[in-house]
Write a protein that binds this ligand. Sequence first.
Ligand code: HEC
Ligand code: HEC
Ligand code: HEC
Ligand code: HEC
Length: 140
Amino acid sequence: MKLDRKGRIVAAAAVVVVVVVAAAALAWSRRGWVSYPTAEVVNVRNVHDYKGKPLCQACHLERDARIKADPVVLCQRCHTFGHGNHPVRVAAKKAVSDLPLWAKDQVVCHTCHDPHDVRRRKGGLRLAFNELCDRCHPGH
Ligand code: HEC
Ligand code: HEC
Ligand code: HEC
Ligand code: HEC
C-alpha cells in the first residue's frame, strides 16, 4: 500500500491514538480498581481493608475517582466524631500542596487521613502529627 502525504498523516495520527489509548488503559488498571458483586460486600465493616485492599466501591462510584457522598458524611457513616476532634468544614487559610481540601478550601476528614491506607501511620495520618499541624498552624 502506498500512501500519499495526507494518508501518511492519517496513519501517523492513528498510531498516536492507539498509543495514547493503551497508555490510558494501563494507567487506569494501575489505579487498582477492584469490584465485587454487591451481595458479597454490602455488610463489609472495615472498608479500608477487604481482602487486603480498600473496598473502592464502598466510597466511590464504580471505577470512578468521584466519591459517593459528601466526604464528611461518608466517613461519619462509620466513625463518630465528637467534641475532642479537630473541626471539619472550616476553611483553611491557605492551600497546602500535599493535604487535599474540599470545595471552598474546606478541611475535611481526608485532608488529614488517607482513607486508602489507614495503617501507614498511627491514626492513618497523611503526615507525622507535628508536621501535620504545622502545615496549617505554623509556629505552634
Ligand atoms: C473509605 C473510603 C474510600 C475507599 C474504600 C477508597 N477510597 Fe479512594 N478516595 C476516597 C476519598 C475520600 C478521596 C478523596 C476525594 C477526592 O479527592 O475527590 C479518594 C480519592 C481517590 C482518588 C483520586 C485522588 C487520588 O488519591 O488519586 C482515586 C484515584 C481513588 N480514590 C481510588 C481508589 C481506589 C482504586 C480504591 C480501591 C482500591 C479506593 N479509592 C478506595 C475514599 C475512599
Ligand atoms: C463502612 C464503614 C467505614 C467507613 C465508611 C469509613 N471507615 Fe474508617 N474504619 C472503619 C473500620 C471498621 C476501621 C477499623 C477499625 C479497627 O481497626 O478496629 C476503620 C479505621 C479507620 C482509621 C484508622 C483508625 C486507627 O485507630 O488507626 C482511620 C484513620 C479511618 N478509618 C478513617 C476514615 C475516613 C477518613 C473515612 C472517610 C473517607 C472512613 N474512615 C470511612 C470503617 C469505616
Ligand atoms: C486536622 C486534621 C484532622 C482532621 C480534619 C480529622 N482528623 Fe481524625 N485524627 C487526627 C489526629 C491527629 C488523630 C490522632 C492520631 C493519633 O492517634 O496519633 C486522629 C484520629 C482519628 C481516628 C483514630 C481513632 C481515634 O478516634 O483516635 C479516626 C477514626 C479519625 N481520626 C477519623 C476522622 C474523621 C472521620 C474525620 C472527619 C469527620 C477526621 N478524623 C478529621 C487528625 C484529623
Ligand atoms: C489543612 C489545615 C489544617 C491542619 C492540617 C490542621 N488544622 Fe487545626 N484548624 C484548621 C482550621 C482552618 C481551623 C479553624 C479555626 C482557624 O481558622 O484557626 C483549625 C482549628 C484548630 C483548633 C481550634 C479548635 C476549635 O474548636 O476552635 C485547634 C486546637 C487545632 N486546629 C489544632 C490542630 C492540630 C493539633 C492539628 C494537627 C493534628 C491541626 N490543627 C491540623 C486547619 C488545620
